[in-house]
Design a protein around this ligand. Structure first.
Ligand code: 5GP
Ligand code: ZN
Length: 122
């Protein structure tokens, strides 16, 4: 079983701070978005909070504003990255949580996927 990664040894914390390079989609004070290194769909990027939250299972009331901002931002970024507009186009948001949820990187992230089908996965 993969144990949750401490913030000081977290690959997505390092991506958010630029210590590990990524193809950036968006950045502000609290949120970072970047292309998935192994895309399942024609559009596939990840949205993360800059602060280390291990998973959706670790979310509390103190994160409501941050997650609300991320959710409101997702549709705009999806369109900017090439997803066609709703309803013909659209996108999928997935957040794997824990081992049985299929989570591999233990820093909260939302997969935002879209583009013409078929997709590799999902
Ligand atoms: P999970 O399985 O935890 O939901 O998804 C982790 C995702 O992170 C995978 O889709 C994987 O391709 C992506 N990923 C893992 N390491 C890196 C990396 O170093 N850079 C980028 N851009 N994506 C990564
Ligand atoms: Zn982290």
């Amino acid at each position: 079983m993969t144990e949750p990664t401490a913030a000081d040894n977290c690959i997505f914390c390092k991506i958010a701070t630029g210590k590990i390079p990524s193809r950036k989609v968006y950045e502000d004070e609290d949120i970072f978005a970047f292309h998935d290194i192994n895309p399942w769909a024609p559009v596939h990027f990840l949205m993360i909070p800059k602060t280390h939250i291990a998973s959706m299972a670790h979310v509390g009331h103190e994160h409501e504003a941050l997650l609300g901002r991320m959710l409101a931002l997702a549709p705009r970024l999806a369109l900017e990255q090439g997803c066609r507009p709703y309803p013909e186009g659209g996108f999928r948001i997935v957040t794997n949580t824990g081992a049985e949820g299929g989570q591999e990187v233990h820093h909260l992230h939302w997969h935002v996927m879209g583009g013409p089908r078929p997709w590799l996965r999902g």
